[in-house]
Design a protein. Structure first.
Length: 167
């Protein structure tokens, strides 16, 4: 009777270990990013600084794989800009889509997602190429758009404070 031989291993990995690692990696990569990771963005945010009352963003809580937002800017008692926004799960990533003041929509792909900061990017030639939201330790929110204008990096900050959603 011939002796049974062990299943060969490659550098210490047996086929069973390799299969286990493959299943683990597949499960973690499928988890991807979720709008639930952006729960900190939900709520009502009023622009702070030189902008008038009524300049604000409102974000619905994550649900159904997406978040919906809207914003407006008020100057001298008149709405001068408005925007509808959505963040959607798409496969294992997130996509931010903005529809500003009746202009064509623009979509930005997730670049980085940290605990309280998210960066979306679109390499198009028009400004902006990046949309950034950061929740700060003091409870404030910083919205930022940035990109290249005439070979110079430019950015516009939108500092905001959380407000009650009912008035």
């Amino acid at each position: 009777m011939k002796a049974m031989t062990a299943i060969p291993s490659i550098r210490g990995f047996t086929p069973a270990l390799a299969l286990g690692l493959g299943l683990f990696c597949a499960q973690t990569s499928q988890a991807g990013n979720s709008v639930q990771d952006l729960q900190w963005l939900s709520g009502c945010w009023q622009a702070s600084g030189a902008v008038e009352a009524g300049s604000e963003e409102h974000w619905l809580a994550p649900a159904g794989g997406g978040m919906l937002g809207m914003g407006r800017t008020v100057r001298k008692g008149k709405m001068v800009a408005w925007e509808f926004m959505r963040i959607q799960e798409n496969a294992d990533t997130l996509v931010f889509t903005a529809m500003p003041s009746g202009k064509p929509e623009a979509s930005f792909q997730l670049q980085t997602l940290e605990k309280q900061k998210v960066v979306f990017e679109n390499p198009r030639p028009e400004f902006p190429q990046r949309v950034i939201y950061q929740f700060n330790a003091d409870g404030s929110l910083l919205g930022r758009i940035e990109g290249m204008i005439k070979d110079q990096l430019k950015g516009i900050d939108f500092p905001m404070q959380k407000i009650a959603c009912t008035k």
